[in-house]
Design a protein around this ligand. Structure first.
Ligand code: SF4
Length: 470
């Protein structure tokens, strides 16, 4: 599905590299591969061992960086970030990596996720005299590190990690060290690779492929990695808890060419589509997927049922770049500008429309209408994930419960609202079976809280939902 019309958005992408003479350039390319995780801002910070160099800006990577910046971004190590504007707002001050300078040591933080106790920590920090300049959780982490009183950066970070709760995958760069960490449940994805002698870290493995790096392993839940002139060290800052990697990464966010916890995303989506076909079979003439993220599941559905897969919906790729703004009448058609139904494929046919998820239902309703206007005699909507009934507190903008169609209506009511002839969802068991290698093991497991309401961490009355604020 198309993020910009769906109202379901990832918060951020993180990239880091240590030990490469073109660290800034590699980070720039790595961020390109992660652009789908955030389009509101981007930044790179490098270190030459003595000084840190920063360039950040609002917009897409290509808008933020030009060739000139790379003359300044010197050094053998870098951290980079792409950002989607959620709770913290979309201003320049929130664009990461955030840089904190001091007389002893500077640090640049790039962070993906959401702290569930950020509000309480902000109150505590302000009561102790800290002045917070941004609204992001990243600054809270920085203040906790600075205030810990530890001389060693490693000890200061470990102390800060003992206070924060929620979902976080971060890279912290100082003049002479790189730190990588993942929350105790491993809610957000983070992988380590090698590029020659250099170490690379990225939210998704597609960033490794783009720069020619090889995947080594996942960062483990509760792991803190330190890379410096003495090499690579790792420690657990908490005892291992059952992993609960965000299942929506498989369903929707991650690129199909990425591997998460050792499983390719496209392959997992195909399995979800096959499982969906078993759980919610239907008689029809063609299967079509809503581009881009639902195509893999639609292929799986088609393979399992024998109903031919066809390109019944086409994405209008360059519509966002039009400089003549569409008229009000055209804008109201919303989806039509971004998606087209292919009349030659769907006219006179019973169509299975596979989508990855339903958030508010408005987009599904428009797509069903598009297909019917193009001549489909029946439209059967099949969703390759369970109904999203609860908000996410871990860095994904799923909207509030009041805005979620599945949080307020039964499946039959939803079917009627979106105008489909039938509607079926994948079960939570079907989703887990499609993506978890060994459900019994502590190392593998997924979060399904937005479907089930069973949050894998504490949630506090003042925990903020990272809802889009623009
Ligand atoms: S609540 Fe949903 S979107 Fe949030 S981390 Fe869990 S699975 Fe992912």
């Amino acid at each position: 599905m198309l993020a910009e019309i769906k109202g379901l958005n990832e918060e951020c992408g993180v990239f880091a590299i240590w030990g490469h003479e073109k660290a800034a350039e590699m980070t720039y390319y790595g961020l390109h591969a992660l652009q789908h995780r955030g389009q509101e801002g981007a930044g790179i910070v490098t270190t030459d061992g003595d000084k840190m160099h920063v360039h950040r800006g609002v917009g897409l990577i290509n808008d933020v960086f030009s060739e000139d910046e790379f003359d300044r971004l010197t050094g053998h190590a870098a951290v980079g970030h792409v950002r989607y504007a959620t709770q913290g707002g979309g201003g320049f001050e929130n664009v990461q990596p955030l840089v904190f300078r001091s007389q002893t040591k500077s640090m640049a933080l790039a962070h993906n996720g959401n702290l569930v106790n950020a509000h309480a920590l902000k109150n505590q920090l302000e009561a102790q005299g800290s002045i917070l300049q941004t609204t992001s959780d990243t600054e809270v982490i920085a203040h906790l590190i600075k205030r810990s009183g530890n001389v060693s950066m490693e000890d200061a970070i470990t102390s800060a990690l003992s206070m924060i709760k929620g979902a976080y995958a971060f890279s912290i760069l100082t003049e002479d060290q790189l730190f990588i960490g993942l929350d105790p449940r491993g809610l957000r994805p983070l992988s380590i690779g090698r590029l020659g002698d250099a170490y690379v870290v990225a939210s998704e493995t597609c960033a490794f492929d783009l720069i020619g790096a090889t995947y080594e392993r996942e960062v483990r839940p509760g792991e803190l990695i330190v890379i410096d002139k003495d090499g690579f060290r790792t420690k657990q800052f908490t005892s291992p808890l059952k992993r609960t990697l965000c299942s929506m990464e498989y369903v929707y966010f991650s690129r199909p060419d990425s591997d998460l916890d050792g499983l390719n995303v496209h392959a997992s989506r195909k399995t979800m589509g096959k499982q969906l076909a078993k759980e919610e079979p239907v008689e029809a003439d063609v299967v079509t997927g809503v581009p881009d993220s639902s195509i893999s599941a639609a292929i799986g559905f088609s393979e399992a049922t024998g109903i031919p897969y066809e390109l019944g919906l086409i994405k209008n790729r360059y519509v966002g770049r039009t400089f003549i703004q569409p008229s009000q009448e055209l804008r109201e058609q919303g989806v039509k500008m971004k998606l087209s139904a292919v009349r030659g494929i769907v006219d006179g046919k019973r169509v299975v429309m596979v989508d990855d998820s339903i958030v508010r239902g408005t987009t599904s309703k428009r797509i069903v209408r598009l297909l019917k206007e193009a001549g489909a005699t029946e439209v059967h909507v099949r969703i390759a994930s369970p109904p999203i009934q609860n908000p996410c507190y871990y860095g994904i903008d799923t909207s509030t419960k009041g805005e979620l169609i599945a949080g307020n209506y039964s499946i039959e009511e939803m079917r009627e609202i979106i105008g489909a002839d039938s509607l079926g969802f994948l079960t939570t068991k079907g989703l887990e079976d499609s993506i978890v290698k060994d459900a019994e093991s502590v190392e593998h497991g997924v979060c399904q809280a937005c479907f089930t309401g069973n949050y894998p961490t504490e949630i506090y009355p003042d925990t903020e939902i990272p809802a889009y604020k623009e």
